[in-house]
Design a protein around this ligand. Structure first.
Ligand code: PMT
Length: 406
């Protein structure tokens, strides 16, 4: 029966290439394939030779209703499996599970199987769902590879914490199939691209002000809040430049990342990008003071105390506020007392459209954690939000920002 508006499924007409690599999590690819098919997608499956040890091509062919591709050519009749044609066919190339080995090869451009050559020639969005042991996932080599892939626009569905095939507990389990299918659905849903054509800057993380080659002044910002905002704006179709202090967080999918250290470097990067933008969200915790003199050599300790002279840094947000025009400018205020009065003063002084107040007096709010409790304040009033994940806070900020941009 032909689908109409009422029977239409979320992935009707979508072509998804499902890549499966050699991980115990490959068994979940069967469920994932079914979910994608049920949502209306046409699914083709490419497997690495090792993946066949974990799940049979027969299973995947039955579920996808398409022949399975493993080799560059069919040894029986010599028919060529064109990686270029596969990459062109797909609306989305989803590699789930993606092993540490495959991620490393993707990051370095190794092309020794059909799954990888297809990755190198794919023009569609690429999504990976890593699956591996916790130590392999946490290893700097894997994290570096993920950062490299994310910087190139590969979307990552982060693994979950839990019991691993090794019996250990930790982060590394492939995300559940329903989460991966929902992510792909969201990615391909053009209706959600409400910020397409907009160019936005997000500042995130802590700045670092050097005292000498060894010591510095900084603060507790992890970058989580700013990265969640950058990811949310990019997911809504905006071209996002993330000006970030030092952090080990992976770059959100599709975001251009500019790494900086000091407040002065953040100033240059943010102010430099502002003219060509439609606005900025100032989430970084920027040092207000920096050492007046930076010693070239390590300062030796003496018997008495040590006084370090500090001078003011330039206020990035205030500078953008002065140049704002009809751009949108969102600020943050991290307070410990008299919260609303301080936030309202910053709203006016820095010419923000609205300011996001978070207080260190609220449990679960502010630095480092995965949650925040914020109040959105503009000239018309205030909206106090309950404690929620930083991802949800980012969505609420994006909703408000969107209404201003319209
Ligand atoms: O990174 P997380 O661990 O997730 O923590 C998130 C957070 C607590 C850092 C974040 O939610 C937050 O509150 N960020 C702003 C912290 C802050 O420094 O606020 P402030 O009140 O000092 O600054 C006011 C505004 O001016 C901010 O938008 C700030 O980015 C901006 N500013 C401040 C000083 C300066 N020199 N330049 C600026 O742009």
């Amino acid at each position: 029966m032909a689908s109409d508006a009422t029977t239409r499924r979320p992935l009707d007409g979508r072509r998804i290439l499902l890549g499966i690599t050699g991980s115990i999590a490959a068994y979940k690819a069967a469920v994932l394939c079914r979910l994608l098919k049920t949502a209306g997608a046409d699914v083709r499956v490419v497997m690495t030779p090792l993946a066949k040890q974990f799940i049979t091509p027969l299973t995947m062919a039955t579920l996808s209703k398409n022949p399975i591709l493993v080799e560059f050519f069919d040894p029986e009749n010599g028919a060529w499996n064109s990686h270029v044609a596969l990459g062109e066919w797909a609306d989305c190339y989803l590699i789930a599970p993606a092993t540490a080995n495959t991620l490393a090869k993707m990051a370095t451009g190794v092309a020794d199987n059909l799954l990888l050559t297809t990755y190198l020639s794919a023009r569609c969005p690429v999504v990976v769902a890593p699956a591996m042991d916790l130590d392999m996932y946490a290893h700097e080599a894997t994290q570096q590879n993920l950062r490299t892939l994310a910087a190139r626009g590969v979307r990552i569905v982060e693994p979950e914490e839990g019991e691993l095939a090794s019996g250990l507990q930790g982060k590394g389990r492939m995300a559940e199939p329903d989460r991966i299918a929902a992510f792909v659905g969201g990615l391909l849903d053009e209706k959600k691209k409400t910020l397409a054509g907009k160019r936005l800057i997000v500042t995130a993380g802590a700045t670092i002000e050097a005292i000498d080659p060894v010591r510095f002044i900084s603060n507790h910002s992890s970058g989580k809040m700013g990265y969640a905002i950058a990811g949310e704006l990019a997911a809504r179709g905006a071209a996002v430049t993330l000006v970030t202090g030092r952090t080990s967080l992976p770059t959100p999918a599709g975001v251009e990342r500019v790494d900086v250290l000091s407040a002065a470097e953040m100033y240059e990067a943010a102010v430099g990008a502002f003219d060509a933008s439609d606005g900025a969200v100032m989430c970084a915790a920027v040092a207000d003071y920096t050492p007046a003199h930076v010693s070239d050599t390590k300062i030796k300790k003496g018997d008495g105390g040590l006084t370090i002279e500090l001078r003011r840094t330039r206020d990035i947000a205030a500078e953008l506020g002065a140049r704002k025009g009809d751009r949108v400018l969102v600020g943050f205020a991290l307070e410990t007392d008299d919260e609303e009065a301080h936030a309202e003063a910053k709203l006016t002084k820095k010419n923000f459209d609205f300011i996001v107040l978070n207080s260190l007096r609220d449990p679960g709010a502010g630095f480092r954690g995965d949650t925040n409790k914020v109040t959105l304040i503009d000239r018309a009033g205030r909206e106090e939000l309950p404690l929620m994940s930083k991802r949800e806070v980012a969505a609420r900020i994006a909703d408000k920002l969107e209404t201003i941009l319209k």
